[in-house]
Write a new protein. Structure first.
Length: 134
């Protein structure tokens, strides 16, 4: 489990790029990028669309917060890190958690930045609630 100490950023501040849609990249923007990128495929099984893309790593969303996964993301901290899932909600949730953990240079790969799934009203929790131990 991840302790509350791992969340170094205020949720409201972390959410600003999401509210302004500046955290999204479309496929054509990815293809045109000149900077070094790491595409993180969050799907349960590696995406056929991304399998042949250089600079792609498959980290199923259920394992995103595993030590090995976080080490992989940290090893690529100087690169543009782009999250992808066929379910836009999965990418958005992963982006938010990683942003709150202090990860920067992080984007969501979206077919259409105005996808309905990403238009939910975001209301961040002001505090992280720690589970009671039994």
């Amino acid at each position: 489990t991840i302790g509350a100490f791992r969340f170094g950023r205020n949720a409201a501040a972390a959410a600003e790029p999401s509210l302004e849609a500046t955290n999204m990249i479309r496929w054509e923007q990815l293809a045109a990028m000149k900077t070094k990128t790491l595409v993180v495929d969050l799907s349960d099984t590696a995406s056929l669309l991304l399998r042949k893309t250089n600079g792609t790593v498959h980290i199923p969303s259920a394992h995103l917060l595993d030590r090995a996964s976080l080490d992989t993301l940290q090893a690529h901290r100087k690169e543009t890190r782009i999250l992808y899932s066929p379910d836009a909600g999965v990418s958005a949730k992963a982006w938010m958690v990683l942003s709150q953990m202090g990860y920067r240079n992080l984007y969501i790969l979206a077919d259409d930045p105005d996808q309905e799934k990403l238009k939910f009203p975001f209301q961040p929790e002001p505090v992280v609630v720690q589970a009671e131990s039994e």
